[in-house]
Ligand binder design. Structure first.
Ligand SMILES: C[S@@+](CC[C@H](N)C(=O)[O-])C[C@H]1O[C@@H](n2cnc3c(N)ncnc32)[C@H](O)[C@@H]1O
Length: 339
């Protein structure tokens, strides 16, 4: 009955020397006269009278604002990048159009995934691993018994649900499920899947070993784990320019797992026979636009015009003779087995 909401107590007359807590605990009136007036009213009027008192004593205003500053970790960064939109990931994926290797990245990654049994993908993003050219036609998966695509982001799950390539796969493989869940807490029974895939997502997890152990739990004995990660120098030319305009690689400083230390972590989680293979080639971007698109997607807001001009100038100075901008890539696939 005597509750005074935060809105009401945000404007207080400091000179009155009434503390916020006293107003909330007990709406004590300012004067004896006011006290006797208050006593005459039934309880439902009492709180209204109290609010009136606050309104009349307001001469000097104080606004109380509270801000919670979240600690930046790999996970909080991933939440800010992916929870509400899949467009940042989609923009970044366009860099694969400029791969110098004859195979696309997703075609290469698919070569490590057996086309049989039950498959779980964790952090599936937009579903590019299951779209052409990686899977040129739905008939490529004749012996797959189920495909479960998961992601912690509601926006990614919505994109997966509306992906026409995945809808087309359902004509051949009706047992496709799309589910929102976190890599460290998978809503599946033990020993459920023949293959678990986690491409370019473990560096978004604060405790990758916990996620790897979860992958092991849901795999059958002898089941296969396929993990893709980047090395520390991945896209170094791109992020060097990004660093000049506050669009450096945030994940590089936050990731607990990279291509350099993944082997020991995957083995540490209990996988056996772990092998790795680096995707050959580099990216050759045709001028400044793809650089701008990529660096723009790294931030939370669009890049300011002055910074775009800086990127244009620096990339312009670094183009090769054919007008291309060469970018090193260091993408590695790790394959292991649950004993
Ligand atoms: C760099 S994207 C890669 C997407 C996809 N695997 C690919 O290769 O295109 C990382 C994805 O992992 C998802 N992700 C990040 N943290 C996750 C977590 N803790 N559990 C599940 N998914 C997560 C993001 O929402 C995003 O879709």
């Amino acid at each position: 009955m005597f509750t005074v909401t935060t809105t009401h107590v945000q404007h207080l007359d400091l000179s009155s020397r009434i503390s916020t807590s006293s107003l909330i605990r007990s709406p004590r009136p300012l004067t004896q006269k006011r006290e006797s007036a208050v006593k005459q009213f039934p309880p439902q009027h009492f709180s209204i009278t109290t609010l009136n008192i606050i309104a009349t004593i307001t001469t000097t205003k104080m606004t109380i604002t509270t801000t919670t500053i979240p600690t930046l970790t790999a996970h909080t960064h991933a939440k800010s990048q992916y929870t509400t939109t899949s467009s940042r990931l989609a923009a970044r994926l366009s860099i694969h159009n400029y791969n110098t290797h004859p195979q696309s990245w997703f075609q290469f990654a698919q070569t490590f995934i057996p086309k049989s049994g039950s498959i779980l993908e964790v952090g599936a993003g937009t579903g590019a691993l299951w779209s052409p050219p990686a899977i040129p036609s739905p008939s490529q998966l004749p012996s797959v018994t189920s495909l479960t695509l998961t992601d912690f982001s509601p926006a990614m799950v919505a994109t997966l649900n509306s992906n026409p390539d995945i809808a087309a796969l359902k004509s051949i493989l009706p047992n496709i499920k799309i589910q929102q869940c976190d890599a460290t807490s998978l809503p599946f029974p033990d020993s459920e899947f023949d293959t678990v895939v986690a491409n370019h997502m473990l560096y978004h997890v604060d405790n990758p070993i916990a996620a790897l152990q979860e992958f092991k739990r849901v795999l059958k004995n002898g089941g296969r784990l396929v993990v893709a990660l980047n090395g520390l120098d991945h896209l170094k030319e791109l992020f060097e320019i990004g660093g000049m305009v506050e669009r450096g690689s945030t994940i590089a400083g936050l990731a607990k797992i990279t291509a350099e230390n993944a082997l020991e972590q995957i083995e540490g989680a209990g996988f056996e026979g772990v092998e790795r293979e680096r995707f050959p080639g580099e990216f050759r971007l045709p001028g400044v636009e793809p650089v701008l698109e990529y660096l723009n997607s790294v931030g939370e807001t669009d890049m300011e015009e002055g910074k775009r001009e800086t990127v244009k100038r620096v990339v312009g100075e670094r183009l090769d003779e054919g007008g291309g901008f060469r970018v090193e890539k260091n993408m590695v696939v790790f394959v292991g087995r649950k004993p």
